[in-house]
Design a protein. Structure first.
Lengths: 236, 236
DNA sequence: TGATCTTTTGTACGATAGTACAAATCACAT
DNA sequence: ATGTGATTTGTACTATCGTACAAAAGATCA
C-alpha cells in the first residue's frame, strides 16, 4: 500500500530522516554519545552532515528525537503486558508474568520501532552510564511512572515484602537487564561457549527465572542487622 | 615517619601524579572517558595539562594506569575473602559468604587505593558501557580469572545448578552491582526517600540477599522450554 | 654554590568537533 | 513546463581536542 505523500514529507531517498535516526541509535548504543560524531552518523546513514543539522538542529536534538520515537510505544506495550499480567490469579504465576512483562519489551529486537527493542534499551543503558543530561531528564519524567506501576504490581504479588526491598530488587533487575544487553559476549566467554549471551530468548528466560527468585527472597529486616557472621571483615 | 625520598620521586607538590590519577578517576567515573578532556583533569587536579602528558604520555595511558593501580589490590582482596568464604561449612552460609566476598570489595569506598572501592567499580561500569577498548582488554585478561574463581566457588555451593545458569546469574549480579553504583539516586527517588541508594552498607545487604536467592532459583532446564503460559504474546 | 636531573609551565600545532549557511537539487502542484 | 517549497549538498567558521616540546622552576648532591 503506497500512500501518496504530501509535500510536507517528500524526500529524495526513501526516508533519510529515518536512516539518520537508525544510524545514530546504533552508533550511540555501541559507542556512547560523546564518542560518536555527527559526521560518523551522517556517513553511516549515507547522508550529508548538514542533513543532520537540518532535521534535528543539534546533536542533542537528535538524541532527544530517538527517545521520543521509542518511549511512547514501548511504555504502551509494557502497559498492555502489565495489564494482562495483573489478571493472572495465582500469585506466584502473576509475579512471573509481571516480571516478564517488564523484561520482554526491552529485549524484543528492533527492526520495528513499536516494540522498543534491544537496541534502544542498550542505548538507554549507555546513556545512563555516561550520565547524559538529556537522557536523565527524559527518563525521570517518562520512565518513573512505568517503574512505579511495575513496582506496585510486584508488591501486590508479594504483600509481605517491604516496598523498599521491592524497589531495590527491581533496580537490580534493570541493572542486570542493561548489562546483559551491553556486554552479552561476556556470558559466552565465561561459560566457555556453553551459553549464548546474544540469544534474547535465552537471556529473557534466565533473567526472569533469576529475578523472580530474587523478588521472593525473604524480607531484609532493617531491625535485624545482627548478621550471623561477617566474612567480609578480614582486614579492617 | 618522613622517609627521605630518592631523586626518582621528588615533586613540587606532595604528589601531583596521584592528584591527577584521583581527579581522572573521579571524572571518568562520572562522565565517561570521551566526555572528559585532559584539560578538565588537569584543572581538577590543580595541574598543568602538560603534566598529564609528562606522567602518562597519553590519555589512554592515564586510564591504563588507573586500572593497573587498582586491579592488583582489588583482586588480591577478593581472593582473600573468597578463600575465607570457601572455608564455611554450611552450603547455604557459604554461598552467602562467597557472594559477599565478591560484592564487598567493589563497594568499600575508596580513600584507600588498596580496597578497590566504589569509585573504581563505577569507573569500570562506565567504561564497560562505553565499550572502551583499553578497558575491554584489561578486563578480559585480569578479571576473567577472578570471575571464574567465583563462579566455581558458587557452583560448589550449588552442585545441582548447571554451570551455565551460574554464569548467567553472576552476570546479572555484576550488572546489578554496576547499576547500583552508577545510578544510586534512582533508588532513593523510586522509594520516595524511604531507601538511600547512596548508603553502601544498605546496598550491599540488599544486593547480597537478592543475589543469593537468585542463585538458589531452580535450574532452568534447557530441555524444558515448554512453559506453562506465555503472557508475553499479546501482539505478535 | 653550581651541575644535573626531575618536574612543571607555557605555548603551539594539526585534527576534529558541532554548527551555520548559501547554493544546488529534488518533488510536486499548477 | 515552470515556479515553489522542502531537502540535500558543500563548505566554512570557531572552539576544543590530544599531544608535543622548549623553557622555567625545583630538588639533589658534589
Amino acid at each position: 500500500m503506497v500512500r501518496k505523500p504530501t509535500s510536507k514529507e517528500t524526500a529524495r531517498k526513501p526516508n533519510m530522516r529515518e536512516a539518520i535516526l537508525a544510524a545514530a541509535e546504533e552508533l550511540f548504543a555501541t559507542n556512547g554519545f560523546n564518542a560518536v560524531s555527527v559526521r560518523d552518523i551522517a556517513q553511516a546513514a549515507g547522508a550529508n552532515p548538514g542533513s543532520v543539522t537540518y532535521h534535528f538542529k543539534t546533536k542533542d536534538g537528535l538524541l532527544l528525537e530517538i527517545y521520543r520515537r521509542h518511549c511512547g510505544p514501548m511504555n504502551l506495550r509494557r502497559s498492555e503486558l502489565l495489564a494482562a499480567a495483573k489478571r493472572v490469579r495465582d500469585l506466584q504465576d502473576r509475579l512471573e508474568a509481571v516480571v516478564r512483562a517488564y523484561v520482554v519489551p526491552a529485549f524484543t529486537s528492533g527492526s520495528d520501532l513499536a516494540g522498543g527493542g534491544a537496541r534502544f534499551t542498550r542505548l538507554r543503558a549507555v546513556m545512563s552510564a555516561e550520565g547524559n543530561e538529556v537522557a536523565r531528564k527524559i527518563i525521570a519524567q517518562t520512565f518513573d511512572d512505568t517503574s512505579h506501576a511495575f513496582i506496585d504490581a510486584i508488591h501486590d504479588s508479594l504483600p509481605h515484602i517491604p516496598r523498599t526491598d521491592i524497589v531495590w530488587r527491581s533496580h537490580f533487575l534493570l541493572g542486570a537487564l542493561y548489562y546483559s544487553l551491553v556486554t552479552p559476549d561476556r556470558v559466552s566467554r565465561l561459560s566457555r561457549g556453553e551459553a549464548d549471551g546474544n540469544d534474547p530468548a535465552n537471556a529473557i528466560e534466565q533473567l526472569v527465572q533469576a529475578t523472580v527468585a530474587a523478588f521472593q527472597a525473604p524480607a531484609l529486616d532493617q531491625a535485624a542487622p545482627a548478621r550471623r557472621r561477617t566474612v567480609a571483615s578480614s582486614k579492617t
